[in-house]
Design a protein around this ligand. Structure first.
Ligand code: 2AM
Ligand code: CA
Length: 266
């Protein structure tokens, strides 16, 4: 199953690489939420490969199989064919293919491929996390030395909320970055290149593979209050573990500020 995830990620990545920088056919799914012909072509290729290699597979995918699936049974493949579509559309090189597989209620394998750098991140439950054959391990840095990544939600309410969180995080962290692909940001934490990642409004296909890769690299991924690990909840805090509780407290304090409460209600 891990090999299948890796092959599908590489094939989809080659499709994206070939189309990167070309004119795109853009379709708006919602406010600032786009899909291109490349998202669709990559997703078709992944589903074809996985259906051949894993007969009876169920799917949750960004472009064609969005319905919630019960993860407690046989393999459910959770796929984002192009994570970082806005970067891709604008010609930036930071985007990825994200493929996770859950069975028996737990994530079993995950692969995230960055086509423009040819970096393939993967993990298998209890077998560790790797990037192009090198074992990954989260950093042990504290908050004062931390690079914290966050991304900007598309919707005005969550975007305003993130602005408050970024303001709060800018005080103790060494630096803040926004990369534009949640899956790559999860992998950056797993690799020890960043200490934490925060994004609101994520979908299961943005999270599945990266969450397992972080866990297998010794890190933690939860809801912002540090409690839930439900793949279908929207707000995510991933970290090296060392700074997780501090970040939960910091984000909670930013949420509790009276001016923030007022803006969340609007
Ligand atoms: P996408 O590129 O597949 O849409 C950057 O904002 C990261 O967050 C991307 O991985 C993006 O995935 C993801 N994301 C998911 N839902 C989002 C939303 N509502 N607003 C912004 N980003 C979202
Ligand atoms: Ca996507």
């Amino acid at each position: 199953m891990l090999e299948l995830a890796k092959i599908a990620a590489r094939v989809a990545g080659a499709i994206l690489r070939e189309r990167h920088g070309q004119p795109h056919t853009i379709h708006y799914k919602g406010l600032r939420d786009i899909t291109t012909e490349a998202d669709l072509a990559a997703e078709r290729a992944i589903i074809e490969i996985i259906s051949l290699g894993c007969p009876g597979a169920k799917f949750i995918t960004e472009e064609s199989h969005q319905a919630h699936q019960d993860l407690s049974g046989g393999p459910v493949w959770i796929i984002d064919p192009l994570d970082g579509t806005s970067n891709f559309k604008h010609g930036l090189p930071e985007f990825s293919v994200s493929i996770g597989m859950a069975a028996g209620g737990e994530l079993q394998v995950g692969a995230v491929y960055e086509p423009m750098t040819d970096q393939l991140f993967w993990a298998e439950r209890s077998q560790g996390a790797f990037m192009n054959g090198t074992r990954l391990q989260v950093s042990n840095l504290g908050l004062e030395g931390a690079m914290i990544q966050q991304d900007w939600p598309r919707q005005p309410g969550p975007r305003e909320r993130m602005l408050r969180y970024a303001q709060a995080l800018s005080v103790p962290a060494e630096c803040l970055r926004s990369c534009g692909s949640a899956a790559l940001a999860f992998c950056a934490v797993a690799a020890g290149w960043a200490e934490a990642y925060i994004q609101l409004t994520l979908q299961p296909w943005d999270v599945a593979a990266g969450m397992l890769i972080i866990q297998e690299a010794g890190g933690v991924a939860t809801s912002l209050d540090g409690v839930s690990t439900d793949l279908f909840q929207p707000d995510w805090l991933a970290s090296n573990g060392v700074i997780h509780d501090q970040l939960v407290a910091l984000l909670q304090a930013a949420t509790d500020r009276p001016d923030h409460r007022a803006s969340m209600g609007s």
